[in-house]
Design a protein around this ligand. Structure first.
Ligand SMILES: [Zn+2]
Length: 308
C-alpha cells in the first residue's frame, strides 16, 4: 500500500483537518496504538525512510505526550495518556546507526521485525528489493549488527524469511517462512522470538486467518499487521494494528495518536472480514460489501446471498 497515493493522501489530509477542527470538542481519549517505521537516515532517503530530524521530533513529542511502551505490552491496561509502541520493519542497517542512538537518547525501546533473508543476504530477496526500492545488501543489518542492536536493549521480532506476500503462498510455504525466521533469530540471539509482523501487513491482502493460525501453532505469542487504527479493548493478539509512519508532521502524528485516521483502519478491518466470510462461505453485510470494489461485480452477478 502506497501511503502517498493521491486518493489516500487526500483522505489522510482531510481526516487530519477534521480532527483538528473537532479537537476542541473532544474529551481526552484512552488510546493505545503502534507506530511502524522502516528506514531512518539523515540523507539519501529510500521511499520509506524517515529523515533523522523528523524521527527525533516524533520521539520528543511522544515522550512529552504519551506513555511509550514495549510492543509486547501493548495489549495491557489503558493509561491516562495515550499508550504508544514503536516498531520497525525489515532490518535496515540505518536502524542501528541512527534510530537506536536516538531511542537511547530519549530512554526508549522499540521492537525491530527482521526478515532473516536480509541477514543471510538471500540473493532472491535482495534482488527484489534492489529492483523495487533501489536498496543493496549493505543497506540491511548483518548478524553482527543485529546482535549489537539486541545488546543495546532493543526488542526483536520476526518478519518472515523472504519477505513475500504470505497470501501468495500455500499453507505449507507460509509455515516454512514464519518458522524459518523464528528459528534463525532464536539461534542468533539465544532468546525466544514471540512476535511476528506479516510482510506488507494489510489484512485480507497480505495475510489471513490461516496465517494467524500457523503463527500461533509455531509458538508465536502475538502478530501484527498494517491497519491504521488504535487497539480495541479485546484486540485479537495475532492481528494487532499498526500505523505506517514515514515523514508525518507533528500535527499529523498528533492527529494519528488522537484517532483521526482510525476510519481508514475500520475499512481495512472490513476487508479482512469480507475475506474471512468468503472463506467460510457465509453471507456478509451489505454495508461492508459496498465498500469492497469486488462487491459491485457480485451485485451484477446476483451473488450476495439473501439480498437479491
Ligand atoms: Zn517489510
Amino acid at each position: 500500500m502506497n501511503p502517498y497515493s493521491l486518493p489516500l493522501r487526500a483522505l489522510r489530509q482531510a481526516l487530519v483537518k477534521g480532527y483538528q477542527l473537532g479537537r476542541a470538542m473532544r474529551s481526552p481519549q484512552r488510546r493505545t496504538l503502534v507506530l511502524n517505521y522502516h528506514s531512518v537516515r539523515p540523507a539519501q532517503l529510500f521511499f520509506n525512510s524517515t529523515p533523522t530530524r523528523v524521527f527525533e521530533q516524533h520521539l520528543e513529542w511522544l515522550v512529552a505526550h504519551c506513555e511509550v511502551v514495549d510492543f509486547a505490552e501493548v495489549c495491557g491496561p489503558a493509561s491516562h495518556k495515550p499508550r504508544v509502541a514503536i516498531t520497525f520493519d525489515d532490518g535496515f542497517r540505518d536502524n542501528l546507526e541512527f534510530a537506536v542512538p536516538l531511542l537511547q537518547k530519549y530512554g526508549l525501546k522499540a521492537t525491530f521485525f527482521i526478515s532473516t533473508g536480509f541477514l543471510g543476504r538471500d540473493p532472491v530477496i535482495l534482488d527484489i528489493f534492489a529492483r523495487t526500492f533501489q536498496t543493496t545488501a549493505n543497506d540491511f543489518m548483518d548478524a553482527e549488527a543485529l546482535r549489537e542492536l539486541f545488546a543495546a536493549g532493543m526488542r526483536v521480532g520476526a518478519h518472515t524469511h523472504s519477505h513475500r506476500n504470505l497470501l501468495s503462498l500455500s499453507a505449507r510455504e507460509q509455515e516454512e517462512e514464519l518458522g524459518r525466521s523464528k528459528t534463525i533469530l532464536e539461534d542468533l540471539l539465544g532468546q525466544p522470538i514471540q512476535s511476528v509482523a506479516y510482510p506488507f501487513g494489510v489484512p485480507g491482502k497480505a495475510f489471513d486467518l490461516t496465517t494467524t493460525q500457523i503463527a500461533e501453532a509455531l509458538g508465536y505469542s502475538r502478530g501484527t499487521m498494517v491497519c491504521w487504527r488504535g487497539l480495541r479493548a479485546q484486540e485479537p493478539v495475532f492481528r494487532i494494528p499498526r500505523f505506517t509512519i514515514v515523514r508525518e508532521s507533528l500535527a499529523e502524528l498528533e492527529a494519528i495518536v488522537g484517532g483521526a485516521w482510525d476510519p481508514i483502519g475500520w475499512y481495512q478491518d472490513w476487508r479482512f472480514s469480507l475475506r474471512a466470510s468468503r472463506q467460510a462461505n457465509k453471507p456478509y453485510p451489505l454495508a461492508v460489501a459496498l465498500l469492497e470494489q469486488q462487491a459491485w461485480m457480485e451485485l451484477v452477478h446476483c451473488r450476495i446471498p439473501g439480498l437479491l
